[in-house]
Design a protein around this ligand. Structure first.
Ligand code: GGG
Length: 357
């Protein structure tokens, strides 16, 4: 029987709605399997700025460090998107959390549930069986390098930086994962143009020597963007830099039918953070229609990776599968054939998952 302390960090917009459902799922797992999960909450993002002026208050960081795992929602607010001169922004909280907790590896499984073959705009015969595990490097690259303005503000710059050490540690995580899957690894870069990508490729080639059982290919990011749509089943484990991973996994979410289906795990030196890959989606906030399945699947990753509770994690994934098999959908994964009474809101589809755990 496990006794664990989980920090719930809903953040902004639909983060609040979907994380509430993720927490219900964790509660149900604790009750069913006899574990004791205790909870606390912390602020991040726009809600933290409103309350304290800081997108990641020290108190939140302290609570994260003391927890066994964090279930996180999303950050963002349209008011900052339309104000490029804003000095304090919700996303700064997200980046600081990743840096301070040493969360250098972001795992993003792109798994298509068979029942959602018709939710994707990609042809089913190309898609069926697609199953990719992305490793997005999370604490380096252009996101964390020096940035600023010069020439009286008329020129802007963001510096991309990677050290050998940073590339090697994410590469090793990805190779280790490839060994447990189809033993295929694709490293994505832009080594024909970018210096950090040349170092990236050099380091991955060196690490590959320690994994002779893993088949390695190197692809440019632009070619990868095309191949994900043309032939997604050719990929097994994909490892890439922060910016490329951010963009490619949003694209790859269409393989799984919707951004609302993609969970992620951010791991590294300390407490792991689990979150849907989607953002705060203010256009649907408060309407009760957000898809909570990515948060539920993030809770499944939390149980497996941070707590080692594989059977419990599988029970969550199986419950999601059964809900989809029963024909239930949220708006984002429904199509013109979905009966109206099968299209559920956030809380109702959460209830269907809970019933099947
Ligand atoms: N749950 C993911 C989230 O809140 N995304 C918003 C965002 O700012 N993402 C940028 C990033 O992931 O680097």
């Amino acid at each position: 029987m496990a006794s664990k302390h989980i920090l719930i960090v809903p953040g902004d917009g639909i983060g609040q709605e979907v994380t509430a459902v993720g927490k219900q799922v964790l509660n149900k797992i604790a009750a069913k399997f006899g574990h004791t999960f205790t909870y606390d909450e912390a602020l991040i993002g726009h809600v933290a700025i409103e309350a304290t002026g800081n997108p990641l208050p020290d108190e939140s960081l302290k609570k994260m460090r003391k927890s066994d795992a964090v279930l996180f929602g999303a950050v963002g607010h349209p008011k900052y998107d339309n104000d490029p001169s804003a000095k304090v922004r919700p996303e700064q909280g997200l980046l600081k959390m990743r840096k301070e907790l040493g969360l250098y590896a972001n795992l993003r499984p792109i798994k298509l549930f068979d029942e959602l073959l018709d939710a994707s705009s990609i042809r089913p015969e190309i898609l069926k069986g697609a199953d990719i595990l992305f490793f997005r490097e999370l604490t380096g690259d252009i996101y964390f390098g020096e940035k600023g303005r010069k020439n009286d503000g008329d020129t802007a710059y963001d510096i991309a930086e990677y050290s050998r050490y940073e590339v090697e540690r994410i590469a090793r995580k990805a190779f280790d994962a490839a060994r447990t899957r189809r033993k295929k690894l694709c490293s994505v870069d832009k080594a024909n143009v970018i210096e950090t990508s040349r170092l990236w490729r050099e380091v991955v080639q060196k690490v590959a020597l320690d994994y002779p059982d893993v088949e390695v290919e190197h692809q440019f990011v632009d070619a990868t963007a095309m191949l994900l749509i043309k032939d997604p089943r050719r990929f097994d484990v994909v490892v890439t830099a922060n910016l490329f991973g951010d963009i490619l996994t949003d694209e790859a979410s269409q393989i799984a039918g919707s951004m609302g289906m993609l969970a992620s795990a951010s791991i590294g030196d300390g407490t792991g953070v689990y979150e849907p890959i989607h953002g705060s989606a203010h256009d649907i906030t408060g309407k009760g229609v957000a898809n909570p399945l990515a948060s539920i699947l993030s809770a499944a990753l939390l149980l497996d990776i941070s707590f080692g509770l594989k059977a419990e994690s599988d029970a969550v994934i199986s419950a999601v599968d059964q809900v989809l098999k029963a024909g239930f959908r949220t708006r984002d994964i429904a199509n013109s054939q979905t009966p109206a009474d099968k299209i559920l809101g956030t809380a109702a589809i959460g209830e269907e998952v809970l019933k099947r755990i």
